[in-house]
Design a protein around this ligand. Structure first.
Ligand SMILES: [Zn+2]
Length: 62
């Protein structure tokens, strides 16, 4: 079953929802503020790969 991740645009809460449908999952209500959450499109494959874009400063800034 596909796993969808929803985030609340109002308070930033996130929640994962298992759906039987391949491409459709009903948006749940936010457990924090009760409003409708929106689906987040963030494939897991995008995490952990080396980035060639702008380098974020590490450490510093104190
Ligand atoms: Zn919320």
């Amino acid at each position: 079953m596909p796993l969808f991740e929803f985030t609340c645009p109002h308070c930033g809460e996130s929640r994962e929802v298992l759906s039987r449908a391949a491409d459709a999952a009903p948006a749940p209500n936010c457990p924090g503020c009760g409003r409708l959450m929106t689906r987040r499109w963030s494939p897991v494959a995008a995490i952990g790969l080396g980035s060639t874009g702008c380098a974020a400063p590490r450490g510093g800034f104190s």
